[in-house]
Design a protein around this ligand. Structure first.
Ligand SMILES: [Zn+2]
Ligand SMILES: [Zn+2]
Length: 354
């Protein structure tokens, strides 16, 4: 492990996320299959002559099956293209501009890519309010929490999750809101019967984005657990970004950093001591919210996380710092709406957001 960040392994304009690659693969497969069927049918026709009608039926039935399978494969791609073709909602833009410093610090072409990732995530996954309504702000912040940690993986698929449940307040170990009030969980990734479900608490989700300096963001924290889970287990060993040789040094680095926390000699939140998996999610929050601070205080950890997430935040530290400090003051009720309409915020997107 050396201290220099590596460039992103995948080009950021990779079309795979838009389904173009998947569409091409499906079409090639279907064409080859249909061609082979025709060839087999033609041979059968010659062989069976004059009962060639059976060969024709064989060709007909097989081609119909190929067509059905191809259509199914392409359904997802078509849905995505439709999602991407729709205009980006102005009030979503307003939420990103006001609440998501990570987004504001991106260069323009990357902002476009962020919006597209958001459209796909929110178009394909359910965000459901449990005894609370899902307003635009909540919905967009759930989506932003998902996009931030996977923004370095243009072909990422969120197969690990189907639905995000949003609770109005913190909850107990049994997911119960009616408990005796001892619930203090602000987010979790489900296992067992709750597999593919995430729970986030609305006020904590919003607070995670509102406070841009405390190195905490529960949305990013929970989705970082799912990045960790992409190899099947949540164990603090994110296989996506760490190659085999990097695993040993990572375990050693985690051990050292956890020791610093127990020695009271670290600014990493003590919750990271829970276990290696929590360590990973806690330092991920820190990495995405205060990359400059992490680079300064934990250079080795910072360099490793740049590789894990394939994001070169080090090259954008100035922009991130600028947006982190300017953000909250930038958009008052009477200032121009962050969606760019030119109208006053209170008369434009503010009401639609909350
Ligand atoms: Zn956690
Ligand atoms: Zn507006």
């Amino acid at each position: 492990m050396n201290g220099t960040p590596e460039p992103a392994a995948e080009p950021h304009n990779s079309p795979s996320r838009l389904g173009t690659t998947a569409e091409r693969h499906a079409t090639i497969l279907a064409s080859v299959w249909a061609a082979l069927t025709f060839l087999a049918g033609a041979l059968l026709f010659l062989f069976l002559h004059p009962k060639g009608i059976w060969a024709l039926m064989f060709v007909g039935v097989t081609v119909a099956v190929v067509w059905l399978v191809w259509n199914r494969l392409l359904a997802k791609v078509r849905r995505r293209k439709k999602l991407l073709a729709a205009p980006f909602p102005v009030e979503w833009e307003a939420v990103l501009q006001r609440d998501v410093a990570f987004f504001r610090a991106l260069p323009d072409p990357e902002k476009t890519r962020f919006r597209n990732e958001l459209k796909i995530f929110l178009g394909e996954k359910m965000v459901t309010g449990i005894r609370t309504t899902i307003d635009t702000r909540t919905k967009v912040l759930v989506g932003a929490s998902a996009v931030i940690p996977i923004f370095g993986f243009p072909s990422w698929e969120w197969d690990q999750i189907n639905e995000v449940l949003v609770y109005p307040s913190r909850f107990g170990k049994d997911f119960n809101l009616d408990g005796d009030g001892d619930g203090n969980i602000l987010g979790m990734v489900g296992t067992g019967a709750m597999n593919r479900i995430m729970i986030l608490v609305k006020p904590d989700l919003i607070q995670g984005f509102k406070n841009t300096t405390d190195k905490r963001n529960v949305g990013v924290h929970e989705f970082a657990h799912l990045v960790d889970k992409s190899d099947g287990v949540i164990d603090g060993l994110p296989a996506v970004g760490l190659d085999r040789e990097a695993i040993g040094p990572w375990i050693e680095l985690v051990r050292r950093k956890m020791q610093e926390i127990s020695d009271n000699d670290s600014d990493i939140h003590a919750y990271a001591l829970t276990n290696e998996a929590e360590f990973f999610s806690v330092v991920s929050e820190y990495f995405f919210e205060r990359p400059g601070l992490m680079k300064q205080k934990h250079p080795e950890l910072f360099a490793t996380l740049q590789k894990v997430f394939r994001q070169d935040l080090g090259s954008r530290l100035q922009e991130i710092r600028r947006e982190m400090t300017a953000g909250p003051k930038k958009f008052g009720r009477n200032s121009p709406c962050p969606c760019g309409s030119g109208k006053k915020f209170k008369k434009c997107c503010l009401q639609k957001m909350e």
